[in-house]
Design a protein around this ligand. Structure first.
Ligand SMILES: C[S@@+](CC[C@H](N)C(=O)[O-])C[C@H]1O[C@@H](n2cnc3c(N)ncnc32)[C@H](O)[C@@H]1O
Length: 251
């Protein structure tokens, strides 16, 4: 299956769900609280916003302006409805764009946020490239799948070596951030409840997706992989999971 087809199927599987990756409002707020030196009304860029669960948490928790960027028009349409219904239009603007080529002037943002999306271009590439769009002294908060232990279960390793070969330990990600010109302000693992916030609605969606795509081998493969991932992440939650990294631009 080519990449475009895989992306289209993943969007079909996830559209309309509250989240497209692990996370919850409490973790978003916890990471935001680490950005202690933000100005009163920060300019925030939320990269890979999806349908915007964290975008709205950021809007509610700050008085700043949030630019929510995603490649998927389907996700942005869902978010636009939520933004209008919630009365957020003056503070949340939507932008279709590619995280690898941000359509903004450099040093535009006090805070770049990205939950569950930096893996798309790679942790190191994201940290290196996005740094230019953060104002000096500004922040970057990203969540990224990370190994929590050095003793890695063979079954999980076999799956992740194929699905996410770039996966590293928390310590390795922190070292890379530091080498990339970031001061590490803080980091923490997402709790299992943040996975449930993502997986519970997804689990309900899967049979609907399978039925809607009956006879489509690619779609069934996507559903199979998703089910395998859910089972492995639940079983090995102590070994591997998402970590939030809160970094500050060092000049
Ligand atoms: C795993 S989802 C995370 C969504 C959301 N942040 C959340 O946690 O619910 C990754 C998001 O990145 C978006 N995305 C994928 N490739 C992208 C790209 N090249 N540029 C911008 N967004 C992209 C997807 O459309 C999707 O919304």
């Amino acid at each position: 299956m080519d990449e475009e087809r895989l992306i289209a199927l993943l969007i079909a599987l996830h559209d309309g769900l509250p989240r497209q990756g692990p996370g919850d409002s409490a973790s978003t707020r916890r990471a935001l609280a680490l950005c202690a030196a933000l100005p009163d009304a920060p300019e925030i860029l939320d990269i890979g916003c999806g349908t915007g669960a964290q975008t709205l948490t950021l809007a509610a928790a700050t008085t700043g302006r949030i630019t929510a960027l995603d490649r998927s028009l389907d996700f942005l349409r869902s978010l636009r409805r939520t933004v209008i219904e919630g009365g957020w239009t003056s503070r949340v603007r939507l932008c279709q764009g590619d995280m690898r080529a941000l359509p903004f002037r450099e040093a535009s943002f006090d805070l770049i946020w990205s939950e569950g999306a930096v893996y798309i271009m790679g942790f190191d590439a994201g940290l290196t490239q996005w740094r230019s769009w953060v104002k000096p002294g500004g922040y970057l908060a990203v969540s990224e799948l990370s190994w929590f232990r050095s003793d890695r279960p063979a079954k999980l390793r076999a799956f992740l070596d194929v699905e996410y070969p770039a996966l590293r330990s928390v310590a390795a990600n922190l070292a890379a951030a530091s080498e990339g010109g970031w001061q590490v302000v803080g980091h923490f693992p997402l709790p299992w409840s943040a996975w449930q916030a993502y997986y519970d609605p997804l689990r309900e969606r899967l049979p609907v997706f399978r039925t809607a795509h009956a006879g489509d081998a690619d779609a069934q493969t996507v559903a199979d992989l998703t089910e395998s991932e859910m089972a492995l992440m639940a079983r090995y939650a102590e070994d591997c999971g998402y970590a939030f990294y809160v970094l500050r631009r060092r000049d």
